[in-house]
Design a protein around this ligand. Structure first.
Ligand code: UD1
Length: 430
């Protein structure tokens, strides 16, 4: 039997207007945050990706009732009957974001039993910031084989606590914050991650009734409350999907408008596109009183650039792989330094098979622009690598076949459909 694959054929200049669905990295944690409430919440703009389906099965396994209207991207979750605080290893293993149930379960039950999480293989990806953070703010933790057993210490010594992260981890910030919202006293998180997706979590928690203050110096102060209420919330548009669509416009020399993209969440990325020579227009539309929308009018002969990934507002690591695909076809030399994940260059051997000129030293890739990439058979090994290879395929001669389609499905909802609407030539064979 032939493996499933994505077939991408060289496409004309992409052109037209598309809209984004909700951010994968916001929706997963937000679904988990509903465990903090008892009752029926409604989430709008929820992507129909396999990671979301995994999160739904996790919640259902705990006793939640979930209805997913995939046509309208609406998720209705009733958490009244959640009665379990242990998550099966086969569910935890499916994705790293499953660890994000630990904070809400501890807050609701005072206990949690979860297995070590799975997900994309991007280096070691430890969870020590989560574990050490929980210990510092009053959780007793015991690692038992593949399980983490945890229980809240309710003694007064943990009433007001300060925790500083050595690195602003997105997941650890979210997990600890979700525990702290129902914990008596004040929890201060220093050097917190402030990605737009973390801010979306803060927004929904605040709507639920949580008291969270975000101050200068990346300090989040949470004052615990007794109870949180179910809510209605619209997930923010996916800035990573926006970046991908704009890169697809750039690599094919087209003109693409992403109608609901929020320009203020993408400054560094947009500046780099401008530095390459592309014309960028922002804020042509209105949504909830805010100017939104981004258009790229790509030039034919873009220049090489230098990028360095880092925590927000630096260049997003999740756009590094598709960016590299685009840089393969520029004038001159580009440099890509990956500082977030040590193993996030797995797309490079695949791009090399297409005729790109990339060399790697430590965590920096040097890309010498070539005139052409050639379609061939490729293997995607993680979500963003799958995206990079599809993007490269749009501009490569002939046909590109990408296996590892499960990674594409984990991160994106109908992205191939949107790229085809713009003039792309992508087919999925399942
Ligand atoms: C989230 C995103 C992911 C994105 C990443 C960085 C979700 C579901 N995923 O992942 O798409 O690429 O942010 O923007 O939101 N680290 C530790 N110990 C820990 C936790 C993290 O050493 O306990 C390290 C990681 O290995 C990595 C770095 O810190 O090198 C950043 O990780 P983190 O910000 O936690 O990323 P995730 O929350 O896993």
């Amino acid at each position: 039997m032939q493996a499933s694959y994505i077939l991408v054929k060289k496409s004309a200049e992409l052109s037209g207007t598309v809209e984004l669905v909700g951010a994968k990295n916001a929706v997963l944690v937000i679904i988990s945050s509903l465990i903090l409430t008892k009752g029926r919440s409604v989430l709008e703009n929820v992507p129909n990706s396999s990671d979301v389906l995994h999160m739904i099965s996790l919640l259902t396994d705990l006793g939640g009732q979930v209805e997913f209207d995939t046509q309208h991207n609406r998720l209705i979750v009733d958490t009244s009957d959640i009665s379990k605080f242990d998550v099966k290893p086969e569910i935890m293993n499916k994705m790293r974001a499953s660890i994000l149930v630990m904070g809400p379960l501890l807050a609701r039950f005072g206990m949690a039993k979860v297995a070590f999480p799975g997900g994309c293989v991007l280096g070691a990806r430890p969870i020590d910031y989560h574990i050490n953070g929980f210990k510092k703010i009053g959780v007793k933790i015991e690692e038992n084989g593949c399980y983490i057993n945890s229980e809240v210490d309710t003694s007064d010594k943990f009433k007001n606590v300060r925790i500083s992260f050595e690195y602003p981890s997105v997941g650890a910030t979210e997990n600890l914050m979700m525990f702290a919202v129902l914990k008596p006293g004040q929890t201060v998180i220093i050097n917190a991650a402030l990605e737009p997706e973390v801010l979306d979590l803060i927004e929904i928690l605040t709507k639920m009734g949580a008291k969270i203050d975000c101050g200068p110096g990346a300090i989040i102060t949470v004052t615990g409350v007794d109870k949180l209420n179910p809510v209605k919330h619209e997930i923010i548009p996916d800035r990573l999907e926006a970046g991908t669509l704009l890169i697809a416009g750039a690599i094919t020399g087209g003109q693409v408008t992403v109608k609901n993209a929020v320009p203020e969440q993408m400054d560094m990325f947009l500046d780099k596109l401008r530095e390459m020579g592309h014309e960028i227009e922002t804020g042509m539309f209105q949504h909830n009183g805010k100017a939104v929308g981004i258009t790229i009018n790509a030039i034919k002969n873009p220049q090489g650039i230098r990028i360095k990934t880092g925590p927000y507002p630096a260049y997003p690591t999740d756009l590094q792989a598709p960016t590299m695909a685009m840089l393969c076809l520029t004038n001159g030399t580009s440099y890509v330094e990956e500082t977030v994940f040590e193993n996030r260059f797995m797309h490079i051997p695949e791009l090399q098979k297409m005729g790109s000129q990339i060399s790697v030293k430590g965590n920096t890739a040097t890309i010498r622009g070539v005139d052409e990439l050639y379609g061939t058979k490729l293997i995607a090994t993680d979500i963003r690598a799958s995206c990079a290879l599809v993007i490269a395929g749009l501009a490569a001669t002939g046909s590109t076949e990408v296996t590892g389609i499960q990674h594409w499905r984990r991160g994106y909802d109908k992205l191939e459909y949107k790229l085809n609407l713009l003039g792309g030539n992508i087919e999925i064979f399942d």
